[in-house]
Ligand binder design. Structure first.
Ligand code: G3H
Ligand code: ZN
Length: 287
């Protein structure tokens, strides 16, 4: 059965490792992520953006899909189903429908409104044992239509947000959605340190996990990051493996156009990436 992310992230924060939160888009990706986590004996978070959930057929379908796959695939590691970058209404809907974790992302609102709505989401989520992530500052770049300014989080605001009772906090520390530009100056560890200093051991979330060099990932974990979001890199390896299959003409051999065969190399590539990131993040064997 699905679990909330509170426990797994608390343990990760204490044990100085991070849980991978991988975005899914469909049946194949969901299977790929679950398989990677199971083979690594690691807890995992599967997350849907609002757009991906809509694409897949709605929030309820996502809940049923993940629950049924856990059963049919014999998955024994802890799995949380999380809403990524949710609007207020979507967060409430997911809490109702069986997501075990939600991100209410009010970072584009004035801070007062972000804080007020966060409090409300926390009350409703905790009544159902659902964990809550909120965001302060802004993640740069664009993801699924969500565009961020990249503004560094203010530690004083992080403290206020943390004190609302949220379970984990996403903060802008120079991280960017999508691939990182050539002239990227890296994560702001000063900002991360200042945030960790005032948030009382609250697990911190690193968005834009694709393309951050390993040393920076490890340093971020040592300073309190306990959840790392990975989306773009999974898309890249899926596309590359699928392209290779087609360019080699495999879709033309035998029944290579059968979707079960056509989508297989990409799906395997996602599993391999998930396993590799789980090693990077240090959660291998922590189930
Ligand atoms: O919310 C999702 C993530 O922050 C993913 O970022 O696409 O850069 O891996 P990414
Ligand atoms: Zn994000």
């Amino acid at each position: 059965a699905l679990v909330s992310a509170t426990e797994m992230l608390k343990k990760a924060r204490e044990g100085k490792y991070a849980i991978g939160a991988f975005n899914t888009n469909n049946l194949e990706w969901t299977k790929a992520i679950l398989k990677g986590a199971q083979e690594s004996n690691s807890p995992v978070m599967i997350q849907t953006s609002m757009g991906a959930a809509k694409y897949m057929g709605g929030y309820q379908l996502c809940v049923h899909l993940v629950e049924d796959l856990i059963e049919s695939m014999g998955i024994t590691v802890p799995v949380a189903l999380h809403l990524d970058h949710g609007e207020y209404e979507d967060a409430l809907k997911c809490i109702e429908l069986g997501y075990t974790s939600v991100m209410y992302d009010g970072s584009h609102h004035p801070f007062d409104k972000n804080l007020e709505e966060a409090k409300d989401v926390v009350a409703k989520a905790h009544a159902k044992g659902v964990s809550v992530e909120c965001e302060v500052g802004s993640i740069g770049g664009e993801e699924d239509g969500i565009i961020g300014s990249g503004e560094l989080a203010d530690p004083a605001e992080c403290k206020q947000m943390s004190d609302t009772g949220i379970d984990f906090l996403a903060a802008g520390i120079g991280n960017i959605h999508g691939s990182y530009p050539e002239n990227w100056t890296g994560l702001s560890f000063d900002t991360l340190k200042a945030i960790a200093d005032v948030t009382d051991g609250k697990p911190l979330v690193l968005h834009g996990g694709s393309g951050i060099p390993l040393e920076q990932v490890q340093k971020a974990i040592s300073l309190g990051v306990s959840k790392i979001n990975v989306n773009t890199e999974c898309q890249e390896v899926f596309a590359a493996a699928t392209r290779k299959y087609i360019e080699e003409g495999k879709d033309l051999e035998g029944k290579g156009f059968d979707p079960r065969k056509l989508l297989e190399p990409g799906t395997t590539a996602v599993t391999e990436l998930v396993k590799q990131r789980i090693e990077w993040f240090g959660s291998k064997g922590k189930a």
